[in-house]
Design a protein around this ligand. Structure first.
Ligand code: GLC
Length: 803
């Protein structure tokens, strides 16, 4: 193993003097006296791409991360040559490139504040063993500068003072600060002077990031091969940085079916059929909502993907249908390792068509996984992806499985020291043939992509649902994810919270952890606290290894069952809120979970907060992470917040103690919010929704809320059959006005909104709906706080009694 301390500084530091400049539309080339060429591409006013070569020419440009749908175009571009530097100006940025040493400085064009600058800047070290270079970049790190992002790192939200590695790794029972683990997302956001910028180092080789750890005033990143190729993304708001990064690497292509946002129950493994059925029945019997049940590797025949163990599951199609009739969608696992077995058709087809990965000198890449010795499809070959997608026909179209869970796709190999393929394995890399050094970090992503392709085709006209363990930047386009094999400890509850937030600020919102812990068994209290957090994670699944007992909501006694049920019910009530938030993510790349720094970067107190986060835009959550706790201290961001439990109001901008015995957790609603809620259902679509509740939290002032809706599955929404309702709330001491604006062609089944008012400071004397006065007695129920009105109202106006 190379120690990276050696790597950071070493290298070719000879400054490169600019001797030539060329412009090709929005591409600028700066060539130097030592064959280094810098190519700067202006993608948007706030996005610049920097590429460096040391040979005078660039190799073919190819990336799995960047989407063809990324927004491009700028309002302004000007290039000037000055005495000591070139100046590139857009409507957001001013970038200086030094003629003396190619150093880059980037300023906010408006207030001329320096946002980011090279320290040594680009440098490199030739690789004798592999050819090419180890490519390196160093930047100045400012006092007070903070760093966020990098995917699934199980460390403090603020990355300052730490060093990380990106190399996708199967990490059973990883712990706090374990590194690297399952994902490689080489993107971070830096924040100082209230301005946020992002750096996406699009290089799939093993890479490293040092956030002012080795040297106090330097942040650097480097990779073991490939090109120095990074995108600079300006905010100045952190949400804008994350949105731009997500736009560049892709928002999910489709909304998930709404059921995928329900509760999922999983275990390694539920078998035979009788067991699966009894688990499902118990959910219904105990009235605990659940939408999906998982089949882990034991459903297969000898762990051969796309087969069934007919002793355990004699008639999978019937079983899947019966489960579905009861509201359960079946999700099945599919791993990349294909058992070496001449009698097995999937193996034979791949062998005949030359779809398996090979070692440098020709033999197949052979490795042990669950089925024993396996070969592995090369998912970086488009032909292999098409073939793989086709394999799902029976499972999805015929048997009716609704989702696929891709695991072990780092790729994980057992009984070898490096837990994966050796470096020399060859890959197609979509026509850019290379070794595993370059393809390793994208292998799992390409597998999930091929799986997604298969589901999209065979689940049609329903929406696909995929879950993956391994990922590289851009994987969020195709699939959801979980955080791998965690452990049933309180520390892992902390880790799960950090990882879901961090993934969200790294463009990957559809994420969750194995609730309760995969390895070992939680006590009822830990399980309960984990479910409480889990209801706020976009992917909401209980999973465990099954080695240490049961982990269903009823496995810990009645008290736990009751509290867990109550929280899962809250999740189901909040589905329209979550669905709207998800739609925002798919539309604009807005993260579903917002760490406090993302929510309010102006408040420096948020820069080091880790536990609290905002779910969507208006629900503040803080999990309880300690045993025996009756509450905790938490930081409440600026603004006024209503307690979800008793409507008491707290003024934010401070840390305070909050009571939260085991039946509660700290949940607050932003004042002015209009939160849509569904009635409790045992699964999505169980009930015809007759009314949607709007929980209205009075505010003196204004606040905007939204409600997105569509058919909850299928593609009609992509053709305009959706509805987006915007609620503008205006509160005055003696009045409350809610104006509704609707767009889109979808008409939901329900006819009415049930309005529930919170914190109204006056007694209602007059009500006007669309300027028509309605007698108060006719409308108001429950004292002063509830009423039912037609969902198409344009304006609801409540006027209070005057003294
Ligand atoms: C891996 C997965 C885990 C799964 C197990 C068996 O450990 O991470 O979720 O249950 O393999 O398939």
């Amino acid at each position: 193993m190379i120690t990276n301390t050696e790597l950071e500084h070493k290298g070719n530091l000879t400054p490169s003097k600019i001797i030539g400049f060329r412009k090709d539309v929005d591409r600028l080339y700066f060539s130097t006296d030592n064959d280094v060429v810098l190519q700067v591409t202006v993608l948007r006013d706030s996005v610049l791409r920097f590429r460096y070569t040391t040979t005078g020419t660039f190799t073919k440009d190819f990336s799995y991360a960047i989407t063809k749908y990324a927004s491009t175009g700028y309002n302004h571009l000007e290039i000037e040559e000055l005495k000591t530097f070139y100046k590139i100006t857009t409507s957001k940025l001013e970038c200086h490139i030094s003629k003396l040493n190619l150093g880059v400085q980037i300023y906010d064009v408006l207030d001329k504040r320096l946002i980011n600058q090279d320290e040594i800047g680009f440098h490199w070290e030739e690789s004798y063993v592999h050819g090419g270079n180890f490519v390196k970049m160093s930047k100045v790190s400012n006092d007070g500068e903070s760093y966020y992002g990098l995917g699934d790192k199980p460390s403090h939200i603020n990355l300052k003072g730490k060093r990380f590695e990106n190399w996708v790794t199967d990490s059973y029972a990883y712990g706090k600060d374990s590194d690297p683990i399952y994902k490689s997302i080489p993107f971070y956001t830096g924040l100082h002077h209230n301005k946020a910028y992002g750096i996406f180092f699009d290089n799939s080789f093993r890479s490293f990031f040092d956030f002012a750890q080795e040297r106090r005033n330097v942040t650097s990143f480097w990779a073991m091969g490939g090109e120095m190729n990074y995108y600079f993304i300006y905010g100045p708001k952190m949400t804008e940085v994350v949105e731009s990064y997500t736009d560049l690497t892709g928002k999910p292509h489709l909304l998930p079916p709404m059921w995928a946002l329900g509760f999922h129950q999983c275990k390694w493994s539920y078998y035979p059929e009788k067991k699966v059925k009894s688990i499902a029945n118990n959910f219904r019997k105990l009235k605990i909502p659940c939408d999906a049940i998982y089949l882990d590797i034991d459903y297969m025949d000898g762990f051969r993907c796309f087969t069934w163990n007919k002793d355990y599951f004699p008639d999978p199609k019937r079983m899947v249908k019966e489960l579905l009739d009861d509201g359960f969608k079946t999700v099945a696992i599919i791993d990349p390792g294909i058992k070496i077995d001449k009698e097995y058709s999937v193996f034979r087809e791949a062998l005949e068509n030359d779809y398996f990965c090979k070692r440098a000198d020709g033999p197949y890449m052979k490795g042990k996984v669950w089925p024993g010795e396996c070969y592995f499809p090369d998912f970086t070959n488009p032909k292999v992806r098409d073939w793989w997608a086709g394999l799902f026909q029976e499972l999805i179209e015929d048997i009716g499985v609704k989702g696929v869970w891709n695991d072990m796709n780092e790729p994980a190999v057992m009984e070898v020291p490096n837990k994966t393929f050796p470096d020399d394995v060859r890959h197609e890399y979509d026509g850019n043939r290379c070794s595993h050094r370059k393809a390793h970090n994208v292998y799992g992503m390409q597998m999930a992509r091929a799986t997604y392709q298969g589901l999209k085709k065979f689940a049609y006209p329903k929406r696909p649902f995929v879950i993956t363990r391994a990922a590289y930047s851009g994987t969020q386009r195709y699939t959801s994810t979980w955080t791998g094999d965690n452990v049933a400890t309180w520390e892992h509850l902390w880790i799960a919270n950090v990882q879901a937030q961090r993934l969200a600020m790294s463009g990957f919102s559809f994420a969750g952890s194995d609730i309760g812990g995969f390895a070992e068994q939680p006590q009822g209290e830990l399980f309960t606290r984990w479910v409480q957090l889990g209801i706020f994670h976009p992917f909401f699944r209980v999973h465990s290894s099954g080695d240490h007992g049961d982990q269903e909501p009823w496995a810990f006694g009645k008290n736990v069952t009751d509290v867990v049920r109550k929280f899962i019910e809250i999740r189901y009530q909040l589905l329209p809120y979550l669905y709207t938030t998800f739609w925002n993510y798919v539309e604009d790349g807005t993260p579903i979970l917002k760490s406090l720094v993302l929510y309010d970067q102006e408040d420096v107190h948020t820069h080091y907060r880790t536990d609290e986060f905002v779910f969507g835009n208006q629900i503040l959550v803080c999990p309880i992470l300690e045993p025996n706790a009756k509450g905790r201290r938490m930081y409440v961001p600026n603004g006024n917040w209503y307690s979800f439990w008793d409507d008491s109001i707290i003024e934010g901008g401070l840390e305070l103690w909050v009571d939260a015995d085991i039946e509660e957790m700290p949940i607050y609603i932003k004042e002015g919010a209009v939160i849509p809620k569904y009635p409790i259902q045992q699964y999505v679509g169980e009930k015809k929704i007759e009314t949607v509740t709007l929980e209205v939290y009075y505010k003196e002032g204004k606040e905007v809320s939204q409600l997105y809706d569509d058919a909850h599955d299928g593609y009609d929404y992509t053709k305009g059959r959706y509805s987006l309702r915007t609620f503008k709330l205006t509160g005055k001491p003696n009045e409350l006005i809610i104006q509704q604006h609707k767009e889109g062609k979808f008409d939901a089944e329900y006819g009415n909104f049930e309005i529930k008012l919170h914190g109204l400071p006056f007694e209602i004397e007059e009500i006007q709906v669309d300027n028509v006065v309605i007698p108060v007695k006719e409308l108001i129920k429950n004292g002063n706080s509830e009423m039912t009105i037609d969902k198409e109202f344009s304006q609801l106006h409540l006027i209070g009694k005057t003294e």
